[in-house]
Design a protein around this ligand. Structure first.
Ligand SMILES: NC(=O)c1ccc[n+]([C@@H]2O[C@H](COP(=O)([O-])OP(=O)(O)OC[C@H]3O[C@@H](n4cnc5c(N)ncnc54)[C@H](O)[C@@H]3O)[C@@H](O)[C@H]2O)c1
Ligand SMILES: [Zn+2]
Length: 450
């Protein structure tokens, strides 16, 4: 393919546009019982996999998961390989800089040869950051994305990390992203680097049998947004070419590879999310959702998400400022919180409605894959149809009704805009230009979804 040249202004030098894309993922093992492989998989990444005392493994989990049979399975598998296992089970649901610092201190003290994470995005992201700061010098904020942090590149490889997701789910097991709440800034932020991507993902869909309905609903809507945002992101060919070419960002825009996973994930969510939320014993539905989560993770890990995720950082991060008291059943009740999936979903229908004009056929396709009736719908109505189809699903799975459903009012919109506007890495991946005026209009439209 020859590079395209794009003239932004008659008086400016032409910008060379991207002509290739790169596909990255962790090695993925998917299937019932695969947690039994964790020990062998960890050992295979250690310098001498066959020695009698196989090395020290830091196992990250949270208090709830530690009491499950999934934890027992993982521990048994590691011990079978004579690995010394040191456990950190104090991961905070929706981690903060303070909870991550505790994990980092543990990891630095432990001097582990490898990391294993068993849990949802909160656990996997915490393990990624602990691995980073136990392997390389520096403080958490040095590596956090600018402008909140120093944006320091991760200097080299991390220790082997086998990530075992137990929610369906963030896709964190296949991405180089780790997110946390920076308490002093009242905002979510994170570290993003290909080096943070786990070495292997072991995805055992049996784990989802113990998930509370609200966690299935919230994490399933997160999957849906990963998939729709990947499908509707600006095309990779519209981005300025990277220099050097190999420095392509993970948020490279929609490409033929991410489209594959995104399309399949949207269809699976449309077919199975209601069933998986309604019945914890519906193994077929819960397994298919886990697969959708992995697929959508691979998709957005190679395309990037955009506006709904940028807005979610403000929706989740500013709850304390408004004295919000949203505490969904099924999540720890200690403190109010908007779980990540709900935080993204509440603004998503409004965002898709606003953005569809630039890529109407992709928005219409997403609506159809999700189960919406798109027969005879004109391209100009694509955004409305996708917004209504998604809002119907949110209603049926017990999601909050827009940002109003978690406690925000019209008076909070300017503050929410201020929280989302600095997320340029995400906003610049949208199909059209999104700045404060557009965010203001979308937040107003997102006060309720139905
Ligand atoms: N790194 C990424 O690429 C990425 C992508 C999306 C979201 N995130 C982040 O991930 C976090 C959210 O993660 P999540 O949605 O996976 O949920 P979570 O890890 O916060 O877990 C939610 C709740 O479900 C419980 N739980 C998890 N698995 C269970 C199981 N199998 N059985 C019973 N209970 C179980 C947990 O103990 C917790 O109480 C947020 O901090 C979000 O910002 C990261
Ligand atoms: Zn997400």
């Amino acid at each position: 393919m020859r590079p395209h040249l794009h003239h932004t202004h008659a008086d400016r030098a032409p910008v060379e546009l991207e002509s290739a894309f790169t596909v990255d993922s962790s090695r993925v093992t998917f299937g019932a019982g695969s947690l039994g492989e964790v020990g062998d998989r960890v050992a295979s990444h250690l310098p001498d996999p066959d020695r009698a005392q196989g090395g020290r493994v830091a196992l990250f989990t949270d208090a709830r998961l530690r009491a499950t049979e999934w934890y027992d399975d993982t521990l048994t598998s590691l011990r079978r390989r004579n690995l010394e296992v040191v456990v950190f089970d104090e991961v905070l649901v929706e981690p903060t800089d303070v909870s991550v610092e505790a994990a980092v201190a543990f990891a630095r003290e432990t001097c582990a040869d490898a990391f294993v994470s068993l849990g949802g995005g909160s656990v996997m992201d915490t393990a990624k950051l602990a691995n980073l700061l136990a392997t390389h010098p520096g403080d958490l904020l040095d590596y956090v994305n600018a402008p909140l942090g120093g944006g320091r590149p991760v200097p080299g490889a991390l220790k082997p990390h086998v990530a075992c997701p137990t929610t369906s789910g963030t896709g964190s097991e296949v991405t180089g992203i780790a997110i946390f709440d920076l308490l002093s800034a009242h905002a979510k932020t994170g570290v993003s680097s290909a080096r943070l991507r786990p070495t292997e993902a072991v995805v055992d869909p049996r784990t989802t049998a113990s998930l509370p309905a609200a966690v299935v609903a919230s994490s399933g809507l997160d999957v849906l947004c990963h998939a729709i945002e990947s499908l509707t992101a600006r095309p990779f060919t519209s981005r300025a070419a990277s220099s050097p070419a190999t420095a392509r960002p993970a948020s490279q825009g929609a490409n033929p590879w991410s489209d594959l996973g995104a399309r399949q994930a949207i269809e699976l969510i449309g077919r199975y999310l209601r069933r998986a939320v309604a019945d914890a014993h519906d193994d077929e539905a819960r397994t298919q959702l886990m697969w959708a989560a992995t697929l959508a993770g691979i998709a957005f890990g190679n395309a990037g998400v955009h506006v709904p995720h940028a807005m979610a950082y403000a929706v989740a991060g500013r709850l304390h400022d408004i004295g919000g008291d949203y505490r969904p059943v099924g999540y720890p009740q200690g403190a109010p919180l908007v779980p990540h999936g709900f935080a993204v979903a509440v603004s998503a229908p409004a965002a898709f409605r606003a953005l569809a004009a630039t890529a109407p056929f992709r928005h219409l396709e997403a609506a159809r894959l999700l189960g919406g009736d798109t027969a005879g719908v004109a391209p100009g109505e694509a955004g409305d149809v996708l917004a209504e189809t998604m809002a119907g699903l949110m209603h049926d799975v017990g999601a909050p009704n827009g940002i109003g459903g978690v406690g925000y009012t019209l008076a909070d919109v300017p503050d929410l805009v201020k929280g989302a506007a600095p997320q340029r890495r995400l906003l610049d991946n949208a199909p059209s230009q999104v700045h404060e005026a557009e965010l203001d209009a979308i937040f107003r439209d997102a006060l309720r979804c139905w």
